[in-house]
Design a protein around this ligand. Structure first.
Ligand code: PLP
Length: 375
């Protein structure tokens, strides 16, 4: 059997990682300024993460949700504490798309309505409902065409109101910061208006924090920069530091009942051990403050190199517009040994682990500077 052909891949065989350093089979080292799409939050092979996972595996790797799992309670407790959503309830699942599917379904259950408002340029995942609220026609098949979704421009509160006024809306879904669309940051004023309008028209406000959450932007969730609260927040990526783990944070007004949601693997023992370790390290090592500090340094320095207009960033979620993005990304990888990411035609995306140091950042700026001068 061969692999189904669906990814464009580099011919690099990564075999180990430690902190922000990755090594390939020939022993060549790379610096990870992308975290495999923003997944690596506390660094590769963090000792506390290994400790928790190894211990858990020796005890019990998996059992399904047919039994009590105290690790789920511990994870929920710690997540509530760090995120500030202490009185919310947590549903655990396995991927970002699955978290969004469940969020959208919950909104429809709760409101009895099915229409969803989403934002142009949004990316919420590749499964049925998540793809329906994703604004990229190229990813959809005819199978995905049946959902009732309207897209509005980012920051257009008037358009949001027009749609909500129609009275048939279950939810408005928005990323804390759009990642795949090139690090597009919603205006604080718009988020505040959205929170108010959703309340007024009894639609649920869903914040997709799958990429922008878990401390990456210098707050636990990006929407907390705007001082708003979501009815439902979805999270994945950094939550398990590479172990498939996702969550839906649910306002207490949404009642659960047996059978409403479900998953075989979601919230299993090993996944919870990974999730708990991540939260412990984020807290213990003050990684949210580190993300704010190192992120601000990177943003300021990159702006000096490419101009203010070309940079959109909050903490360690950084987008840099470059006419020759592909060449710069390739040179960073093959000449300077940095993994970075890309969005759209022209944006280079940086999503390093939250453990990245000022020294790592300074080294990156020096290498980035020489790469863009050479191009
Ligand atoms: C904002 C956002 N939502 C949802 C997803 C989908 O997550 P997953 O690939 O884990 O299904 C992603 C993935 O990139 C994302 O960036």
């Amino acid at each position: 059997m061969q692999l189904f052909n669906t990814y464009t891949k580099y011919d690099i065989n990564l075999v180990s990682g430690e902190g922000i350093t990755l090594s390939d089979a020939e022993g060549k080292e790379y610096k990870d300024f992308y975290g495999g799409h923003g997944v690596i939050s506390i660094g590769h092979s963090h000792p506390h993460y290994l400790f928790r996972l190894e211990n858990q595996l020796k005890c019990l790797g998996f059992y399904s949700n047919v039994v009590e799992n105290k690790l789920q309670d511990q994870l929920a407790e710690k997540l509530g504490e760090l995120s500030g959503y202490t009185d919310y309830n947590l549903f655990l699942c396995n991927s970002g798309a699955e978290a969004n599917e469940n969020a959208l379904k919950l909104a429809a259950f709760h409101t009895g309505k099915s229409k969803v408002i989403a934002i142009k340029g949004a990316f919420h995942g590749r499964t049925g409902g998540a793809l329906a609220v994703t604004d990229n026609i190229k990813l959809a098949s005819s199978y995905n065409a049946k959902h009732n979704v309207v897209f509005i421009e980012m920051n257009d509160a008037a358009a949001l109101k027009v749609e909500l006024e129609k009275g048939d809306v279950a939810a408005f879904i928005i990323e804390g910061i759009q990642g795949v669309n090139g690090v597009v940051i919603p205006e604080t004023k718009f988020l505040k208006q959205a929170e108010k309008l959703c309340k007024e028209y009894k639609a649920l406000l869903i914040l997709d924090e799958i990429q922008s959450g878990y401390g990456r932007t210098g707050k636990f969730f990006a929407h907390q920069h705007a001082n708003i609260k979501a009815d439902i927040t979805t999270t994945a990526k950094g939550m398990g530091n590479g172990f498939p783990l996702a969550g839906v944070l649910i306002h207490p007004k949404l009642e659960g009942k047996a059978g409403l949601l479900g998953t075989t693997f979601g919230g299993n023992h090993l996944a919870c051990a990974a999730g708990i370790a991540v939260l412990e390290v984020i807290k213990e090592e003050n990684l949210i403050d580190n993300a704010a500090k190192v992120g601000q340094y990177l943003k300021d320095e990159i702006k000096l190199l490419v101009g203010d207009e070309a940079v959109r960033a909050e903490g360690l979620m950084i987008g840099i517009d470059l006419d020759n993005k592909a060449e710069v990304k390739s040179s960073l990888l093959f000449d300077k040994s940095y993994f970075t990411g890309a969005s759209g035609d022209k944006t280079l995306r940086l999503l390093p682990p939250l453990t990245v140091t000022m020294a790592d950042a300074k080294a990156f700026i020096s290498d980035f500077s020489s790469v863009i001068k050479k191009q």
